[in-house]
Design a protein around this ligand. Structure first.
Ligand code: GDP
Ligand code: IMO
Ligand code: MG
Length: 431
């Protein structure tokens, strides 16, 4: 039995989707275990770019079964839209290759209204406004609706209606000034939910059993992380985090598997850093250098959110933070993406540590007050001017690029086994 876990090792958008797609080639089952449609995983196949939010990135491999695990929160309406988009790209999606856990929790329109309401006020942290935090709140409060409720569409619609009506009352009371924007038509929400349930019913399954049976049969499972370690509810930069476990522990609870089944943990990291939404980012850049790393939006891979279109904040690669996420997750292998984006820069910098009050920190701070005051220690390295996007062997890459990769490897304490020089399948170099 074997599970390969693939995790975001920074603040998300490292290229998890495209690395999952590459590794799915050798997997029997690809499973999402956390998050919801706050994720945006772009996969480039030839001239087509497909953006996945909830559907696992194994969907492009006909031999793969794709599982939305119990740890995920599912918006049925958005899932149906996404499935239609995937089909429009000529990729088959049906109950034969996609399963939704009965035990996954549902995101209702009312969760989204609450997320929007919170974001309108001073407590906003720059969420994706997909209702993620509020769906997980209901799960933890034991008041949530599980996907299994969709087996009975009428009862499911009625449950959604009751939820929407309760949230409408709360909004009228707590967010009266925004009520016109936030109040929902509960009867319409109920009808939409019941119609979605009727369509999704064939996809519902006991995914615990499916995953366990696959393990017993010696099949290979790929667990596709959403978000990333520094956005993890417990280990990320709280409160500037998402509401799920995006670290290795999330796989155990989010699918229901024993720790010994995990045989490989890979972290995906970018050659520089990005972050969407608020929160500390010690190696953040502004001005021309930031524009250079972000791009202007002309390339599909420029740094604009796949889910929200927001410009991403960007900065130098933070190897000190990567070392932390390597230790936290037991990452032994790193996939390092977007090295092509750094081509043409005369010098590049790496954050190798944090300083506070003249003292170098021993380890990555958990205390938000400390983290927001840290100064990055930057190390400069010579850059590379060559276009590397056509390189297919590690040995063909410029020596300065290889020195950069190997410095990250040494600082992070994990082997960089995959080096990516572009979004396409053939632009991934195994090392
Ligand atoms: P994810 O959320 O971790 O799956 O990452 P996203 O899909 O949100 O963002 C990564 C973006 O970078 C996508 O547009 C990918 O197609 C693109 N990408 C991934 N690896 C590379 C790479 O090595 N070079 C370039 N230029 N783009 C890449
Ligand atoms: P992928 O899987 C980057 C961020 C949001 C916000 C915080 C909380 O594509 O890497 P939420 O909507 O989850 O309550 O927002 O988390 N965030 C992401 N940032 N990539 C993601 O997913 C993200 N999912 C959530 O921007 O700061
Ligand atoms: Mg993304």
């Amino acid at each position: 039995m074997s599970i390969t876990v693939l995790l975001g090792a920074q603040w998300g958008d490292e290229g998890k989707g495209r690395i999952t797609d590459a590794l799915a080639h050798e997997a029997d089952l690809v499973a999402r275990f956390n998050g919801g449609d706050n994720a945006g995983h772009s996969i480039t196949i030839g001239n087509t770019v497909v953006k996945l939010h909830l559907v696992p990135s194994g969907i492009f491999r006909p031999a793969c079964l794709n599982v939305i695990g119990n740890g995920v929160v599912v918006n049925p309406l958005n899932l149906l839209k996404e499935m239609a988009e995937v089909r429009a790209a000529n990729i088959a999606v049906g109950p034969d290759n996609l399963k939704i856990s009965d035990a996954a929790h549902i995101i209702t329109p009312a969760h989204i209204a609450l997320d929007k309401a919170r974001e309108l006020g001073a407590g906003g942290i720059g969420t994706t406004q997909r209702g993620i935090g509020f769906a997980y709140m209901d799960k933890a409060a034991r008041t949530g609706i599980r996907a299994g409720a969709m087996h009975d569409p009428a009862a499911f619609g009625a449950a959604v209606q009751r939820h929407v009506e309760a949230v409408n009352r709360h909004i009228q009371h707590e967010y009266a000034e925004h009520a016109d924007k936030l109040l929902l038509d509960s009867a319409k929400c109920a009808a939409d939910a019941a119609a979605a349930a009727a369509q999704l019913r064939p996809y519902l399954a006991n995914t615990f059993e499916i995953v366990q049976d696959a393990l017993d049969a010696g099949k290979h499972i790929l667990a596709e992380g959403a978000q990333a370690a520094l956005l993890d509810l417990d280990h990320g930069n709280y409160p500037y985090v998402t509401s799920s476990s995006a670290t290795v522990g999330g796989v155990l609870t989010g699918l229901g598997v024993p720790p010994k089944a995990i045989t490989r943990v890979m972290g995906v990291a970018k050659a520089f850093c990005s972050r969407v939404g608020a929160g500390p980012f010690p190696s953040e850049l502004s001005g021309d250098l930031a524009l250079r790393l972000r791009g202007t939006g002309t390339n599909a891979w420029d740094e604009y959110g796949s889910t929200t279109g927001r410009p991403r904040r960007v900065g130098w690669h933070d190897a000190f933070a990567l070392r932390h996420t390597v230790r936290l997750n037991g990452i032994e292998e790193i996939a390092l993406t977007k090295l092509d984006v750094l081509s043409g820069m005369p010098t590049v910098k790496l954050c190798v540590g944090y300083v506070l009050g003249g003292e170098r920190l021993r380890s990555y701070p958990q205390d938000m007050h400390v983290l927001t005051q840290c100064q990055p220690m930057l190390e400069e390295m010579p850059g590379w001017l060559e276009d590397v996007s056509t390189a297919r062997q590690y040995a063909d890459l410029p020596p300065n690029l290889r020195a950069y990769v190997e410095r990250i490897e040494a600082l992070a304490g994990a082997r960089v086994s995959l080096v990516s020089v572009g979004p396409e399948r053939e632009q991934l170099i195994r090392r």
